[in-house]
Every structure is written in structure tokens, then in C-alpha cells.
Design a protein around this ligand. Structure first.
Ligand code: XMP
Length: 511
């Protein structure tokens, strides 16, 4: 059965993601895509409506992104928000005026005509505005359904095409959710059946259908995304799924043991462990450049995975835990306007190299939705709440050359840091925390002796999606305890510093 979907075209407004948020929170499934997308992309969906988002451009700019003409042939409802509304006006020969004065902030919307969009919305309602241009002549056969002090046309419609100048997706718009839901449920008549339970049932049915009697392999790291991906596929096709866990020698303390234990005993997966530590560390000898480290690790991973997977017969599919944010966040704004969505691969380059078909059951979900699916699947709460850990592992947390001694120092320090966060019950309030072994050595004094040892940095950040992040305000007492434990328990460290930079200008990882 095809998933009923509302398609949201992203014209670059800072609020666009909130539109999809609001719909999904109301169990309406939607997809956020570039206006340049090829309609063939939607062949597996049942499209019930289109939303054109706001954006920073003016419709008269030469380089302004356009309305995708093909949506007008579908004869299904369209809602334009802000810039999206102006695009509709332009497409139907209305007139939009460039204004010097930007209207930004609260406004009072007065509804003038009955409209399905405003069902159960009071005649006067607070809304959020953020625009420069406005409509000065209505497009042909459209009627203005609402006004504000600033414009006679704060909303318009014709048949099943609607536009609003304000932002219903923003909290400051009173009853904005209701307006979006009126559009989705009453106008588009999309089913609001998007729940974790349904998602799981549908995914399992789809995977069974697609895979048939072939085999699937999955590169598994023990992190949230790959564990949930493998669990879903395992529920669908059982032993036809083989997961491969590669120890690249760059894992954290006890990680191999803990992850294998969890994957086998908790999740009941069929997992092959491949210990390639020596092989990776050999390749990384004398390498200090961060990009080179990443490239070597990526290439070696592909070699190992390809070799291991050849031992499994009849494989036609590769499963990956790609999330919606991986797809959307890798959108690049080019020339200030054109949004290009590129496909993101968690295990970079594997699908092309191995010529396998991809299965990415989580590709339409946000991280918190994935966590909900995990809960529904009964996955251990500790796994669902695990902080992200990068593919290149500790290699990008050791500045300079990677050696066994440095790895061991870092593992011990990192372990103490995380243990203390858990003991203080603040681990779950932090997006990601870890230790970094800097390449600085400094003078210290321990007992009566001078020391000249490594400096370790600890980093903890709060973030929604890792695109931006703020450093976590961990209480001083906890920082102090972490510092003295690291100094006392880890040989080779005589100084601990706390990283207090945000992203941007820093990144979360140090390399
Ligand atoms: P940065 O350092 O770019 O990190 O601010 C953002 C988030 O991405 C993680 N990260 C990676 N994850 N492979 C991964 O799977 C990688 O190569 C990689 N590099 C960074 C990082 O831990 C943070 O959560």
C-alpha cells in the first residue's frame, strides 16, 4: 500500500522544517524536498497535497527558485506559505510588490471570507509575519480571505489552491497547527495514520515484499540508527539478514564486547564480528592529517566489509540506517538559491562499490521519531539514548598520529567522563559527550616530581540535529570530579581542559 503523503517544497525559510514537524506531530506523513526534484522520486507515494514553503528570495529576482510547473497538472490541493504564496500569485498572473519595509513579528489576522482553511479559527487571530514583498493585485479568479493592517491579502484561495502570507508553522501563530491540519485533513483528505506502530507494520510488509527470498547484509555499529534498522529488517525476514560488525581498533572501552552482547542477546541478531584492528592501525601509522585519516578509514572499511560479505551467499541488498536528516541536511544551497539534495551514505561508497540494492527503512524519519520506533520495538532504553559516535571513531579524537598508547589513554579518560555523567544523571540531557587527546604536552607537578604529560580535553554539547550546537553547562562540581578522576586514574595525563566553544565556529568533533 502506498504511503499517503503531503509534499513540502523547501524554498529555504528557516521555518520550513517546522512545517513537517507540525504535520508529523499530528500523524500526517510528509516529505520535505527540493523544488527541483524529479517527480519520479514520488512513485512509491500517494501524493495528497503540496505545500510551498517560505524563503528568503523575492519572486522577481532573476535567480529566484520557481514553482515546479508539474504540480499544477496534478489537480490536488496546494498551499503556499509566504514566498510560496507569492509564487502562486506570480504563476496565476497576480502582482507582487517589492517593499523596502520588512514586516517581521506579530500581526492580527482578520478573516473576511469563509474558508475551509480557517474552519474553527476565530475571526481575529494572532499570526507571525516575516516578509518583505506583498501581493498588491490578486491573481485571476482568486479571492482574498483574510487581511491584516499591513495587507488586504494575508490569505487567498481559488478552488483547491491556497496561500497565506503569515507562517502557520511557527508557535507565535495562534492556532497555526489547526490551520495546517485543516489543510491536510479537511482539504487534502490525507489519512492521519502516521504512528510508530503503523510505521513498523508497513515497513515490515514492504521489506518482505521487496526482499523476497534473497539475503540482506547490514553494516552495524551498535548505535541507535543501525541497531533499529537491523531490528526492523530482522522482524521482517529473520535469518535472511546477516549483520556485520567491524572492530576497526578505534572503538571505545569495552565497546566490542558490549555491542556484540547487545546485538546477539538483546536483539537476537545474527552478527558476524570481524576484528580488523591491526589492519586499520597499520594503515594509520604515521598519519596525522585529519582528512587523510578519514579517507583511509573509509576505504579500509569498504575493503573489510566487501571481503566479509562475500562469505554470505545470495546477497542482493545492503541495509543502511540513513535518516531523514542525513538526506535533508546534506542539502546544499548553491549560488544562494538552488537547493540540491544529495544522497548521503552512512557507510560512504559501499553501495556503489558492491553493486547491491539499498534498503533504508528509516530514511524518512527524524532522529526523535527513530527513537520512538526503537521504543515501540522494545529496544533497551540505554541503547535508544546513546550519544552519536562517528564512523572514524577515536581516530578523529586523537590529534596527530594514532598509537596504541594514545588510544588506551583516550579510552580510559573517555570512560571516566561518561561514567561520571551517567552517575550524575545528566548523560541524557546532553546530545554528545566525549574526550579528546590533544597533541599538547605541558608541565605539571605530582607529588614532589615534575611531570611533562598529555593534556586531555573534554567536550559536551547540546544540539537538536548536530548542525549547530552549544557547549553544555555542566555544573562545576561534576567537572571537578571528572578532572580529578582522570588525573588520578589515567597514566600519562596531567591536565584536563573543558571545551567551551559552540558550533559554529567550531565543529563538534575536533577533527
Ligand atoms: P561535526 O564534528 O561535523 O559533527 O560538528 C557533527 C556530528 O556528526 C558526527 N560525525 C560523524 N559521524 N561519520 C559519522 O558517522 C563521520 O565521519 C563523522 N564525523 C562527524 C559527530 O560525532 C557529530 O555527532
Amino acid at each position: 500500500m502506498k504511503q499517503e503523503t503531503i509534499i513540502i517544497f523547501d524554498y529555504g525559510s528557516q521555518y520550513t522544517r517546522l512545517i513537517s514537524r507540525r504535520l508529523r506531530e499530528n500523524n500526517v506523513f510528509c516529505d520535505l524536498v527540493s523544488p527541483n526534484i524529479d517527480p519520479k522520486f514520488f512513485k512509491d507515494r500517494k501524493i495528497k497535497g503540496f505545500i510551498l514553503s517560505g524563503g528568503p528570495n523575492s519572486v522577481y529576482d532573476n535567480s529566484a527558485p520557481k514553482i515546479p510547473e508539474w504540480i499544477l497538472d496534478y489537480d490536488i490541493p496546494i498551499l503556499g506559505i509566504c514566498y510560496g504564496m507569492q509564487l502562486i500569485a506570480q504563476a496565476f498572473n497576480g502582482k507582487v510588490e517589492k517593499t523596502q519595509n520588512r514586516e517581521y513579528g506579530d500581526a492580527v489576522l482578520r478573516i473576511k471570507k469563509e474558508s475551509k482553511l480557517f474552519e474553527n479559527i476565530p475571526p481575529s487571530n494572532k499570526v507571525w509575519m516575516s516578509h518583505s514583498d506583498k501581493i498588491i493585485t490578486l491573481p485571476e479568479k482568486f479571492i482574498a480571505t483574510a487581511e491584516t493592517n499591513n495587507t488586504f491579502c494575508a490569505a487567498f484561495e481559488k478552488d483547491n489552491i491556497f496561500g497565506v502570507q503569515f507562517h502557520p508553522e511557527v508557535d507565535n501563530t495562534n492556532l497555526g497547527d489547526e490551520i495546517l491540519i485543516n489543510f491536510a485533513l479537511k482539504i487534502c483528505k490525507v489519512k492521519n495514520n502516521w504512528t510508530s506502530k503503523n510505521f513498523i507494520q508497513n515497513s515490515i510488509a514492504q521489506i518482505r515484499d521487496e526482499v523476497g527470498n534473497k539475503n540482506v547484509i547490514c553494516a552495524i555499529s551498535g548505535g541507535v540508527d543501525s541497531s533499529i534498522t537491523a531490528t526492523l529488517i530482522h522482524r521482517a525476514i529473520g535469518e535472511q539478514l546477516t549483520s556485520i560488525f567491524v572492530n576497526n581498533g578505534l572503538l571505545r572501552k569495552n565497546e566490542e564486547h558490549d555491542v556484540m552482547n547487545f546485538l546477539k542477546n538483546d536483539l537476537g541478531l545474527n552478527v558476524h564480528l570481524y576484528d580488523a584492528s591491526n589492519q586499520f592501525l597499520e594503515k594509520l601509522k604515521n598519519i596525522t592529517d585529519p582528512e587523510q585519516k578519514r579517507k583511509i578509514i573509509g576505504a579500509e572499511f569498504i575493503n573489510v566489509f566487501e571481503k566479509e560479505s562475500k562469505k554470505i551467499k545470495n546477497v542482493e541488498f545492503l541495509a543502511q540506517g540513513t535518516l531523514y536528516s542525513d538526506v535533508v541536511e546534506s542539502a546544499i544551497i548553491k549560488d544562494g538559491h538552488q537547493v540540491v539534495i544529495k544522497s548521503h551514505h552512512n557507510v560512504g561508497g559501499l553501495p556503489e562499490k558492491m553493486n547491491l540494492k539499498l534498503i533504508e527503512p528509516l530514511r524518512l524519519l527524524f532522529k526523535d521519531e527513530v527513537r520512538e520506533i526503537g521504543k515501540e520495538l522494545g529496544i533497551n532504553k540505554n541503547i535508544i539514548g546513546r550519544h552519536p559516535f562517528p564512523g572514524p571513531g577515536l581516530a578523529i579524537r586523537i590529534m596527530g598520529e594514532i598509537t596504541e598508547t594514545k588510544l588506551s589513554i583516550l579510552r580510559e579518560s573517555d570512560h571516566i567522563f561518561i561514567e561520571e555523567l551517567k552517575k550524575s544523571n545528566i548523560y541524557d540531557d546532553i546530545w554528545q559527550a566525549f574526550a579528546v587527546l590533544t597533541d599538547t604536552q605541558s608541565v605539571g607537578v605530582m607529588g614532589d616530581n615534575r611531570t611533562y604529560q598529555h593534556c586531555i580535553a573534554i567536550r559536551a554539547v547540546n544540539s537538536k540535529d548536530a548542525m549547530t550546537a552549544d557547549w553544555s553547562k555542566i555544573p562545576y562540581e561534576i567537572l571537578s570530579k571528572i578532572s580529578s578522576r582522570i588525573i588520578n586514574e589515567v597514566d600519562g595525563i596531567n591536565r584536563v581542559v573543558y571545551d567551551i566553544t559552540s558550533k559554529p565556529p567550531s565543529t563538534i568533533e575536533w577533527e
